[in-house]
Design a protein around this ligand. Structure first.
Ligand code: ARG
Length: 393
């Protein structure tokens, strides 16, 4: 009998995997649920299910703190967003895989199993990490057996696997966001019904009063809200709560998956939108024009690496080195106004600000305007010559 550690979320795919591994792969199954900030029921349920199905052992691994500081904050410092998606699910996968590999080694298992289908991105993300850290076998029962969701449900019923109560959608939640897929949302002409959301109010239900919020950053990461200092996990959760209350952070996009499929994705990412918006505002006053331009490029590349599951790619670490250096000056306060789905930056300040109110002011005389005339005169020299020579007519 092969000893297998299964990354277990308690959802349909991974619940079905337990029985498949036992029946079709003759495996002894150890389940593990990695806590990356999903709601408490999503931590408790896997333990109950594992107990009910009688797996040989079940582990709950708390990785919230590490997820916040080593993953979310790095993504925030890079303003990582892929095609409009702040990479919540994508960011957690490598960490989950790392924890599962560590456990499999500790348990002396010979294989790791995951519940990914063959159509999604997560199979790439999990397997990239597992292969870079071990030589363990990888078993993907849902992909192997080419199962549909309906077939999975029938199989689950036939083996008495307890399923989450009539969940319509496929949902993945962690500290950085909530992803909602499947059912009627697969039709891109259909507006997501209100019931699909749980982290964000609709604009109708959001408070009539606007809220003004100040977020303090140190070295590119948030440390306080309205002067109240908070640890990373807490500050991210608070940003989710406050921005969600004001109906900020709903995203509905068509996304390009790794294999090339276009998929319709809905996300609730209130904290991510709030923090990325504030972070960018602070970068605007602290970084130079050249740095900001280069940051755009870093951000795009960094986001693709995360989306594609290449967390262990050396380029990611190289980019972190330059980001770490630049972010030393991204320190200060950003004031934001939240109101019925609207998010506006209304103030920013930093001890490293390159903004000189005195010099830019219309009232300033110290920067002598006459000195600039020479800089202006030959400024568009090539464009002037081109227009005179090539466009005579
Ligand atoms: N499309 C996103 C990604 O690949 C989210 C997938 C979320 N999964 C889910 N079962 N809802 O990162």
């Amino acid at each position: 009998m092969e000893k297998v550690v299964l990354a277990f979320s308690g959802g349909l795919d991974t619940s079905v995997c337990i029985k498949l591994l036992e029946e079709k792969y003759d495996a002894e199954v150890i389940t593990a649920c990695v806590d990356v900030g999903q709601p408490i029921e999503e931590i408790e349920r896997p333990a109950l299910v594992a107990n009910k199905i009688k797996v040989s052992k079940h582990y709950t691994i708390d990785a919230k703190e590490e997820f916040a500081t080593e993953f979310i904050f790095r993504a925030l410092r890079a303003n990582a967003v892929y095609e409009g998606y702040p990479l919540s699910t994508a960011l957690a996968r490598p960490l989950i895989a790392m924890k599962i590999v560590e456990l499999a080694k500790k348990e002396g298992a010979t294989a790791i199993a995951h519940g990914c289908t063959g159509k999604g991105n997560d199979q790439f993300r999990f397997e990239a990490i597992i292969r870079s850290m071990s030589d363990l076998d990888i078993i993907a029962p849902i992909r192997d057996l080419n199962l549909t969701r309906t077939e999975e449900m029938e199989y689950a019923k036939s083996c008495g696997i307890p399923l989450p109560s009539d969940k319509l959608y496929s949902i993945d939640e962690n500290l950085w966001g909530r992803s909602i897929e499947g059912d009627i949302l697969e039709n891109p002409t259909v507006e997501p019904p209100e019931e699909a959301f749980s982290w964000t109010n609709s604009t109708y239900d959001a408070p009539d009063e606007a809220q003004i919020l100040t977020i303090q950053f140190e070295n590119g990461v948030p440390v306080a809200i309205d002067r109240a200092k908070m640890f990373p996990v807490k500050i991210i959760a608070e940003c989710n709560r406050i921005a969600g209350l004001h109906s900020i952070g709903r995203i509905d996009i068509i996304e390009d998956r790794i294999i090339g499929l276009k998929s319709r994705e809905n996300y609730e990412v209130p904290g991510a939108i709030l923090l990325i918006t504030a972070h960018k505002a602070l970068e605007q006053i602290t970084l130079t024009r050249n740095e900001l331009k280069f940051c755009e490029y870093i951000s795009e590349t960094y986001s693709e690496l995360i989306y594609n599951g290449l967390w262990h790619e050396p380029l990611r670490e190289d980019l972190d080195t330059i980001i770490d250096n630049m972010q030393k000056r991204v320190t200060g306060n950003v004031r934001l106004r939240l109101h019925k789905g609207n998010l506006r930056v209304v103030g920013r300040e930093s001890p490293f600000s390159l903004y000189s109110q005195k010099t830019v002011s219309f009232e300033d005389k110290e920067m002598d305007q006459r000195e600039i005339a020479g800089m202006v005169k030959n400024y568009a020299l090539q464009a002037a010559l081109y227009n005179k020579i090539c466009k005579k007519d």
